[in-house]
Design a protein around this ligand. Structure first.
Ligand code: ARG
Length: 269
C-alpha cells in the first residue's frame, strides 16, 4: 500500500481561528513540543520504510502542518482541496509543489477537504460530505480520478473530516466509529463486504482513527490503546505516537501527511 507521503513542518503552527470544535485560540501549541511531535511522526514513517517528501510551511498559514487537506492524489493526477476561507492561502503552495513534481493538478469546483474527506481503499474512495466537502465533489472525484465513490456522512462537526471517523487498515479492512456516521452511511459501509473494526466514541474523540496504515505498519496516536491492541492482535506492527500538540488544532497523525502514491486504476485488458 502507500509508501510516499508529503509532510510540512510545525514552524508556524498556531491557533489563530476556530474552524473545528477542538480549536481554542486560548490554548496554543507549545512550538518546541509540536516540532518534536512532528519529527517523531516523520521518524516513524521512515522506520516503516515510507518515503517522506517535504513542503515548507508559510508564516501566514498556521494550519499548513495538516497537509492531508491540500489535495487527493491518484496516479499522476491531483485534485486540490477547497478549504474554508481561513486556510485558502495554503493552496497555492501545494499547487506549486505538486505541479513541480509533475502531477496534473486540478482545482476543486466545490468545497472539498482533500484527503481529509477522501480515503482511498483500492479502487474505492470513501468520501465524506456534509461538513467540509460539498457532495457535488463526489462526481468530480469519480470522473477525474476514476474512483468508485462511497459517500459517507458524519453526524457532527466533531467529525468535520471523515479521517476522524473512518480508517483504512488494508484494502480488506476498515476501522470506524459507528456513532460518528449517519445510519445510511453505516449501511453503505457494512455492505462493502470488508472486514470492519469498531472503535468507541471515546477513542475516536482522541483521534484514534486518524492513522496511517500501509497494511504492515500502523502509525497512530498513543491515546487509543484499545484500538492499538486490536490491530496488534491482527498481526500488524503498531507505532504509537504523541499527538497532544496537534490535537490543539483538531488533528492527529494522518492529518499531517498527504499520500502521493495512490496507484492508478488498472487499464482494462
Ligand atoms: N485545524 C485544521 C482544520 O480545522 C485541522 C485539519 C486536520 N486535518 C484532517 N485531515 N482531519 O482544518
Amino acid at each position: 500500500m502507500n509508501t510516499e507521503l508529503l509532510v510540512s513542518d510545525a514552524a508556524h503552527f498556531r491557533i489563530d481561528y476556530e474552524i473545528n470544535p477542538y480549536m481554542h485560540t486560548e490554548v496554543q501549541p507549545d512550538p518546541a513540543a509540536a516540532a518534536a511531535e512532528l519529527d517523531e511522526i516523520v521518524a516513524a514513517h521512515r522506520l516503516s520504510g515510507r518515503r517522506v517528501e517535504y513542503v515548507p510551511s508559510a508564516p501566514q498559514c498556521p494550519d499548513m502542518v495538516f497537509t492531508a487537506n491540500a489535495a487527493v492524489v491518484r496516479g499522476n493526477r491531483a485534485v486540490l482541496g477547497y478549504p474554508p476561507p481561513e486556510r485558502k492561502a495554503e493552496i497555492p503552495y501545494f499547487h506549486e509543489w505538486l505541479t513541480r513534481r509533475g502531477f496534473d493538478v486540478l482545482d476543486a469546483p466545490f468545497p472539498f477537504s482533500g484527503q481529509g474527506d477522501a480515503l482511498a481503499c483500492g479502487d474505492l474512495l470513501l468520501a465524506g460530505y456534509g461538513q467540509r466537502t460539498d457532495r457535488g465533489m463526489h462526481a468530480v472525484l469519480a470522473k477525474e480520478l476514476r474512483y468508485e465513490v462511497v459517500p459517507l456522512r458524519t453526524v457532527s462537526p466533531r467529525w468535520y473530516d471523515l479521517d476522524l471517523a473512518v480508517a483504512v487498515i488494508d484494502t480488506g479492512t476498515l476501522a470506524y466509529c459507528p456513532q460518528a456516521l449517519d445510519l445510511p452511511s453505516c449501511g453503505r459501509l457494512q455492505r462493502l463486504g470488508l472486514d470492519l473494526i469498531e472503535v468507541g466514541l471515546d477513542e475516536a474523540a482522541q483521534f484514534a482513527l486518524n492513522l496511517i496504515s500501509d497494511g504492515t505498519t500502523v502509525t497512530m496516536t498513543r491515546h487509543a490503546p484499545r484500538l492499538a491492541a486490536v490491530l496488534r492482535g491482527r498481526g500488524l506492527r503498531v507505532l504509537e505516537l504523541d499527538t497532544t500538540e496537534l490535537a490543539k488544532g483538531g488533528g492527529g497523525v494522518r492529518c499531517t501527511a498527504l499520500t502521493l502514491d495512490n496507484p492508478s486504476p488498472r487499464e482494462p485488458s
